[in-house]
Write a protein that binds this ligand. Structure first.
Ligand code: ZN
Length: 437
């Protein structure tokens, strides 16, 4: 039965989107439409970025932190800031707190980052996010989503949000019975999109494969907000045969980069912020294949601007334009969180990253989830949620394949479990690293 709030939500949704989603939604829509209409798109992007950066710099000079900055020589001459810079100079970054929200990024360890950002950001964000999703034919006016993210619904099986056209499910207790319930719900109601943390999407896909209900009406998974691993794409795209559409974004709202219609690289949206990839010397990367840190200057935040903010996330440079689909803007792949979180320490103190441990594709048929846990140097526990076809022979093969890859300085032990370890906000990490560096 619809609740009162949802009846209002449904009524509101019958109004045009540009009215429902505020001034900033209309602003983003206008940019997008005028970009579509011009012939020289590269020139449009360059002039737009130049103009907005100038505006941001002018605003920034009103803060204590930036007032001494020389913005004349261009963005590449400006120093970097990072989370610690904001944490220790919080008040010096503030322009105003009027019409601002105070938000906090939920770090899994250490002090969280707290900052002010425009209340109006939501419409802007929603426009560009859904415009990414339109690459998998998502229709803002019609498409419903089954959502498996950070909603903890206590005793409810689901919650409907008619305004955003979403059915939220509880991602905090994904038992087989509950997954079956969600799969049935999606099938009966012909819900075309599952908007989920990649780990939850993967659990759902495994269950669908196992139970043989492979969701014929589902068009695509929409996955972001966690590191995306190759094994998850393999499961969803190769085994289940559905598109796993992914994007890179973060709570600071400086960079938003989605996959293309066919192309699976990340394409930064040049109207959302200014994005750079920089190497360890602080130089901007211009060579394909080079790996560096994502650095962002946001266009949304006029209350507390972040200029050349080091995100702590790393990626491989593909181009300033996409060589495959022609997107104009920073194009990258293989996004990884801070390297330390992905490092497995060998007996001799060297390390390997989890990226180098790609497993054979056929192993995923036999497991419903896995995770590496390291408590001791030189030893890695592989926690596996077994599927029905899992057996000792497969377990031994998994261990020997991995050991053959990394040499004898690292031993693997396979352990069957019923659940993996998640952070408090229900985010998944491929490696739980318990060795302090
Ligand atoms: Zn592309």
């Amino acid at each position: 039965m619809l609740q009162a709030a949802n009846i209002i939500g449904s009524l509101v949704r019958s109004l045009p989107d540009s009215w429902v989603f505020s001034k900033s939604f209309r602003y983003a829509k206008r940019i997008s439409e005028s970009f579509e209409s011009v012939l020289d798109k590269k020139d449009y992007v360059c002039s737009y970025q130049e103009k907005i950066l100038k505006d941001i710099f002018t605003l920034a000079t009103k803060t204590i932190y930036y007032r001494e900055y020389n913005f004349e020589l261009g963005i590449e001459t400006l120093p970097f800031i990072q989370k610690e810079t904001i944490v220790s100079n919080f008040n010096d970054f503030i322009i105003t707190t009027n019409k601002a929200d105070l938000v906090s990024t939920g770090g899994t360890s250490g002090k969280p980052l707290v900052f002010y950002i425009d209340k109006l950001r939501k419409g802007f964000e929603w426009y560009w996010m859904t415009s990414n999703w339109s690459n998998v034919d998502f229709d803002l006016h019609k498409s419903y989503r089954a959502v498996l993210r950070n909603h903890n619904l206590e005793n409810k099986l689901y919650k409907r949000n008619s305004l955003l056209k979403e059915i939220q499910f509880n991602n905090f207790c994904l038992s087989d019975e509950y997954l079956d319930y969600i799969i049935n719900f999606i099938a009966i109601n012909k819900i075309p999109y599952v908007h989920a943390y990649p780990s939850a999407a993967c659990q759902l896909a495994h269950r669908a494969l196992q139970s043989g209900r492979v969701l014929p009406d589902l068009k695509s998974f929409l996955c972001g907000s966690e590191t995306i691993y190759k094994h998850q794409k393999d499961t969803i795209q190769n085994l289940l045969g559905k598109r796993m559409y992914t994007w890179y974004g973060h709570s600071e709202k400086l960079i938003l980069a989605g996959e293309g219609r066919k192309c699976e690289y990340y394409h930064h949206n040049p109207f959302y912020g200014f994005a750079e990839l920089v190497n360890q010397h602080g130089d901007v990367i211009r060579n394909p294949g080079e790996i560096g840190e994502l650095v962002g200057t946001g266009f949304i935040n006029t209350k507390m601007p972040f200029i050349r903010y080091k995100t702590g996330d790393f990626a491989e440079f593909v181009g300033n334009e996409c060589p495959v689909c022609g997107h104009i803007g920073l194009t990258f792949k293989n996004v990884r969180g801070r390297w330390s979180g992905e490092r497995i320490i060998k007996n001799n103190g060297d390390y390997v990253t989890t990226t180098s441990l790609n497993l054979h594709n056929d192993i995923y048929k036999h497991i419903n989830g896995f995770q590496y846990v390291q408590n001791v140097k030189g030893i890695v526990e592989i926690r596996v949620i077994p599927a029905d076809s899992w057996n000792l022979e497969i377990a031994n093969r998994l261990v020997s394949d991995l050991e053959a890859k990394v040499g004898h300085e690292l031993k693997f032990i396979c352990k069957e479990v019923t659940e993996l370890e998640f952070a408090k906000n229900r985010k998944y990490k491929l490696l739980v690293q318990n060795i302090e560096e």
